[in-house]
Design a protein around this ligand. Structure first.
Ligand code: NDP
Length: 288
């Protein structure tokens, strides 16, 4: 079998068109959705991500601003920035780009993320948003898992009653992903670094989500023929090229659907960030 490739770039264009339509509707009410991205330090990957987010936001009519702070910024100053953005009515979404500089402890980072007004939590990482996801209430859902679900839905991949394996249990991808699959009535297994015989777990799955950060971890003989495989991983290969967590050449011979890296989940993550910003603006207006 040769897998059907899930084109994340094309699907992201569709999502951005939907966002554009909402932005136009908001404009009729005099509202321009605003996104504030807080970028502390000079991590090169973060610089690229933030630039891309701002560029894509501008394309759909979202007013995006980046607040750049030095790597030496204190937790107190960062908190002050978040509080100012919470109080700013022109800002509908706040995103604090991770990772924060090394000088900010994990506990301080957590305090900073918690300080974001949940109504502006377009990254879906505030405990209130995560709690809403667990409770099945409408909140903001983390962008990467939302993008993965859209990819599965767009290709008509059945989820109800199917076995799904999520590799990775981070708060940003693995855990919300598992909850979304569960909400879609899949039978979900979450694997991680302590999982015994990962290959055997993956082989049982009709749907595999790889969110690990290990280049080409998932091999062709791990995958059940016809399974849908979504590759979230972004790794830099020895040759400097981007590779996913899935061995594309092998798995594409076995899977029914497969998302590539690059051109898969990455563009969908940004598209769902824009979706969440427009949703935040519509909710403030009382329209969503
Ligand atoms: P984390 O490092 O936070 O989590 C990685 C997870 O993988 C952990 O749960 C870890 O287990 C598990 N893991 C690590 N090694 C193994 C292994 N050998 N076998 C099984 N499980 C393992 O990463 P993120 O969730 O933030 O990101 C995962 C990947 O997705 C990265 O490559 C990242 O760059 C990419 N990413 C891509 C995005 C996109 O838009 N395309 C967005 C966000 C992330 P344990 O918990 O036990 O340590």
């Amino acid at each position: 079998m040769t897998a059907q490739i899930i084109d994340g770039r094309a699907l992201a264009r569709t999502v951005r068109r939907e966002v554009e339509q909402r932005v136009v509707a908001l404009a009729a009410d005099g509202v321009v959705p605003g996104l504030a991205v807080v970028l502390a330090g000079d991590d090169p990957a973060s610089q690229v991500y933030v630039r891309n987010k701002a560029k894509m936001a501008a394309r759909v009519g979202i007013d995006a601003r980046t607040i750049r702070l030095p790597a030496e910024v204190s937790a107190g100053d960062l908190l002050g920035v978040v509080e100012r953005l919470n109080a700013d009515d022109t800002v509908h979404g706040i995103l604090v780009q991770l990772p924060l500089p090394a000088g900010i402890s994990a506990a301080e980072a957590s305090t900073i993320l918690r300080a974001i007004d949940p109504a502006k939590d377009v990254d879906g990482l505030h405990p209130a948003s995560l709690g809403q996801l667990v409770a099945g209430e409408a909140g903001f859902v983390a962008c990467t898992p939302s993008g993965c679900m859209r990819m599965l839905r767009a290709h008509g991949v059945p989820l109800e009653g199917r076995r799904a394996v999520v590799i990775g249990r981070s708060t940003i991808v693995g855990k919300p992903m598992a909850l979304l699959l569960l909400a879609a009535n899949a039978t979900v297994t979450v694997c991680h670094s302590r999982t015994v015989d990962l290959a055997a777990r993956v082989r049982e799955a009709d749907v595999v989500i790889a969110a690990v950060g290990r280049p080409r971890l998932v091999r062709g003989d791990w995958v059940k023929p016809g399974a849908a495989v979504i590759d979230v991983g972004i790794n830099r290969g020895d040759d400097g090229k981007l590779v996913g967590d899935v061995h594309f050449d092998e798995v594409s011979q076995v899977a029914g659907h497969l998302s590539p890296v690059p051109g898969g989940v990455g563009p969908m993550t940004i598209a769902y960030l824009l979706h969440n910003v427009s949703l935040a603006a519509a909710r403030r207006l009382g329209g969503a």
